[in-house]
Design a protein around this ligand. Structure first.
Ligand SMILES: NC(=O)c1ccc[n+]([C@@H]2O[C@H](COP(=O)([O-])OP(=O)(O)OC[C@H]3O[C@@H](n4cnc5c(N)ncnc54)[C@H](O)[C@@H]3O)[C@@H](O)[C@H]2O)c1
Length: 441
């Protein structure tokens, strides 16, 4: 929802607050520092490298996105975050521990990374069973936890002299929590549940609540519930702060949302899609707990159903068998290997197969998403947008949208929506690709 098309300038500095200083966050921060130092390129980031078309094809007005919309420069980003480990109190030690980037690169960035200290987290091991915290906040109630997080946010802004801030959840995947209890349905029930210390309210929800109350846009990079329930939508409207989620779309699901729309466009049938991964980082360790895996599984499974719409195409997708597995396999660290076997059907129902073996680096794929989300969420706030930012579905496996809508998963539909939103913000014509007027005599 837009209040006004007037966009506040990207003045001063923007704080990027990250609950969870693990593999993704540290790869993101180190990457930005590397780009600033001229020793790396922001590959994978739409805000830094993307272009978009403006106007008619014969006008040749294509622009870099960052020249078209007013975004903060990398030079004006300031990073902060929370984590549960006293052993890795700053971004440098956490990045070394994550083991994603080469030590030689991290050593070149040691100075700025060491200055970024993590704050003690709000954490409850009940919801992330496979991690043993060594430094968390000493709070006894949800309200105390929220107050402590709000104080952290305010101090962070003050100490760093920040004009604005955004928060992107990069913490571990918490155990599955369906938004089916009535405490999530509306804001007054939810606030009462906060007062009562209701155990269904997970730490990531408290971070989201604290952020919104500080006027800080909140995006969720994990599949946890966090900000994805009606009471939080209501709060984001009441306080006029943007929210977005959830679960960064990186490896296998990225491939799925590229390939499935293509197969469907050609009316090729799909009988089965079996996806399995091996992953050895801490995220893999957390997902080894069946209750955390369940959160991820739900996030990953919805994608094909929405793209293929089996009910509209029973001959092509009526019997679709979709399976997703994640296996924790420590030797691979962050170098995930994802296999897909796709059983497809062609003319006269003749069977064929597609195999994908994606040897990817999980955090390398996620880092540019964190950057884009931080910059675009702030742009949304400066443009007077609030509530669910569905135009950022492009970045998520399980995009949050209004409850009476279905999410858009097709990567190209998502990209079109994102680009048209930027055009709309800047008062440019939307691009429909109808193009009839080119042929008018
Ligand atoms: N890397 C990807 O491709 C990708 C894709 C989609 C989603 N994700 C999600 O992003 C999140 C981060 O992934 P990662 O690889 O960096 O994992 P990670 O385990 O390396 O980092 C997560 C960090 O969060 C911390 N943490 C857990 N609970 C916390 C809390 N309540 N407050 C503060 N810190 C907390 C952990 O201590 C850990 O350091 C995970 O939830 C993951 O599922 C990652």
């Amino acid at each position: 929802m837009t209040n006004s098309m007037e966009i506040k300038p990207a003045s001063g500095k923007l704080g990027v607050l990250l609950p969870g200083l693990g593999a993704v966050s540290t790869t993101f921060i180190a990457g930005v520092e590397a780009v600033k130092a001229g020793i790396g390129k922001p590959i994978g980031s739409l805000t830094q490298m993307g272009t978009l078309r403006l106007g008619k094809r014969n006008e040749q007005r294509d622009s870099k996105i960052k020249d078209f919309v007013p975004l903060y420069d990398l030079e004006n980003l300031v990073f902060g975050g929370w984590d549960i480990f006293a052993e890795y109190p700053d971004c440098y030690s956490a990045a070394v521990n994550a083991g994603v980037l080469e030590q030689t690169l991290l050593d070149q960035l040691k100075e700025p990374l060491s200055e970024i200290k993590s704050m003690p987290a709000v954490f409850n091991q009940k919801y992330v069973k496979n991690l043993n915290p060594t430094r968390i906040k000493d709070v006894t109630s949800h309200r105390d936890a929220i107050d402590a997080l709000r104080t952290d946010i305010r101090n962070f802004k003050e100490v760093n002299n920040l004009e604005r801030a955004v928060m992107v959840w990069c913490g571990s995947t918490e155990t599955f929590q369906a938004p089916d209890s009535n405490i999530f349905e509306d804001l007054s029930s939810f606030e009462k549940a906060l007062d009562d210390n209701n155990p269904s309210i997970l730490p990531s929800v408290l971070y989201a609540y604290a952020a919104l109350h500080e006027g800080v846009p909140y995006a969720n990079g994990a599949p946890n519930l966090s900000a994805d329930f009606p009471a939080m939508y209501e709060l984001s409207h009441k306080l006029k702060v943007p929210i977005a989620g959830k679960d960064f779309k990186t490896g296998q699901t990225l491939m799925k949302t590229i390939l499935a729309p293509g197969l469907k466009a050609r009316m090729l049938g799909i009988e089965g899609w079996f996806s399995t991964n091996i992953l050895g980082n801490r995220d893999g360790e957390v997902l080894d707990d069946p209750e955390s895996f369940k959160t991820k599984e739900v996030s990953k499974l919805g994608v094909l159903e929405q793209i293929l719409k089996p009910e509209e195409n029973p001959d092509l997708y009526g019997d679709l068998y979709h399976k997703v597995r994640i296996n924790y396999y420590p030797p691979r660290g962050d170098d995930k290997e994802g296999w897909d076997n796709i059983d497809i059907r062609g003319w006269l129902n003749y069977p064929m197969q597609i195999k994908i073996d994606f040897l990817c680096k999980d955090s390398i794929l996620a880092a540019p998403i964190v950057l884009d989300l931080a910059l675009f969420m702030d742009l949304a706030a400066r443009s007077g947008k609030y509530g669910i930012q569905e135009w950022l579905s492009f970045y998520f496996k399980s995009p949050t949208c209004k409850p009476d809508l279905y999410p858009l998963h097709d990567l190209f539909v998502q990209k079109n929506k994102l680009e048209n939103t930027l055009r709309d913000l800047m008062g440019e014509d939307l691009i429909t690709n109808l193009g009839l007027d080119y042929y008018d005599e």
